[in-house]
Structure formats: C-alpha cells, structure tokens
Design a protein around this ligand. Structure first.
Ligand SMILES: Cc1cc2nc3c(=O)[nH]c(=O)nc-3n(C[C@H](O)[C@H](O)[C@H](O)COP(=O)(O)O)c2cc1C
Length: 166
C-alpha cells in the first residue's frame, strides 16, 4: 500500500534539518539561489555533498547546468534569508546581503558555514534532482546554525542548557 503523503511529510518534519541557501551564477552572470534543507554530506574521499532540488523549481535549469554551486549554511538569526530564498517571483538578491565568496559565487559573509562545489553528478530523485557536488573550498564560521524542525526555525540548544522537558 502506498504511504500516505500527509503521514510522510508529517513524519519527515520530525527530522531536524539544516537550512541552507544554495547559489550559483549562469554564463551571463545572473545569480540564482534557493533555500534547501535537503543538504547532506555524502562522501569523505572524494569529498562530496548533496542537495535535492525540485524539478519544477524556477532555479532547476540554472543549477542542473551549472559548473559550480555554493552552499551557505544559515546561521541561527538568518531565517529571514531562508524565507526570502524560498519565495517565488521576487528578486532574492535585491537585499544586497550576498557578496562574492568561494569560487566567486554569491555568499553570505555571516553564514554558519559555506561549502563551494564543482558539480560532480546530477542524479534522478523522483520529483527532485539530486545535485552532487565535489567540495572545492570550505569556510567554517563560529556562529550557531539555523535548524528546521517541526516546520519551525530554531537553533540547537546544548543539553546542559536545556530545561528538563518531555
Ligand atoms: C525551510 C525550507 C526548506 C526547503 N528545502 C528545499 C529543498 O531541500 N529542495 C527544494 O527543491 N526546495 C526546498 N524548499 C523550497 C524552495 O526554497 C523554493 O521555495 C521552491 O524551490 C520554489 O521556488 P521557485 O519559485 O524558484 O520555483 C525549501 C523551503 C523552505 C522554506
């Protein structure tokens, strides 16, 4: 029996996820970006990461033909950036908070981390494409990351700072 769609999405909402903004630039220099929580480390040798992109997204063509992309791992106070890069029909770069970072790609100086990649492989993943990137450069900041869990943005709280709850 097929799994109920609602049950699947509700169950997956219990899985805490990072919040990233993936960016790239096309041959004309136009910048593209989307908010993605489906980001993961994939391999250490060679160093690979992945992010999944909806085949229907306006950014799909740009990312699947890009040679490079940059993953900005958002910091705990950047949920406004996450919402902007998830909004359709707006200029996501108009705020001017992106500057050229690793590989010259648009990046957030205040991100919790950045991972710059060469496109290694594009795999089929149902209604998404799996963008596999070979890591070319990294930046690990010292800011706490933003986390998406139970459909809300939050920040990780170390166990010893947590009030006892269920
Ligand atoms: C927290 C959050 C996480 C998201 N994660 C993904 C993701 O991993 N992959 C994806 O294709 N879209 C993801 N989206 C949706 C995209 O950011 C974007 O809204 C969608 O691609 C539609 O954009 P379009 O107007 O460019 O077509 C996420 C949105 C939010 C708010």
């Amino acid at each position: 029996m097929p799994v109920d769609r609602l049950a699947f999405t509700r169950t997956m909402s219990r899985v805490p996820a990072p919040v990233t903004v993936a960016t790239t630039a096309d041959a004309s220099g136009r910048r593209w970006g989307f908010t993605g929580s489906s980001f993961s480390s994939l391999s250490l040798d060679p160093p690979l990461v992945l992010i999944c992109l909806d085949k229907g997204a306006s950014t799909h063509g740009a990312f699947t033909s890009a040679r490079h992309f940059l993953i900005n791992v958002l910091a705990h106070d950047q949920s406004d950036v996450a919402l902007r890069f998830a909004t359709s029909g707006v200029d996501r770069f108009e705020a001017g908070d992106m500057t050229p970072c690793e590989l010259g790609l648009p990046g957030l100086p205040e991100a919790a981390a950045r991972i710059a990649c060469t496109t290694h492989e594009i795999l089929d993943g149902g209604d998404h494409s799996i963008l596999v990137g070979r890591v070319e450069a990294t930046h690990a900041g010292d800011r706490a990351p933003l986390v998406y869990s139970d459909r809300v943005f939050g920040r990780p709280v170390p166990n010893d700072q947590m009030a006892a709850t269920g």
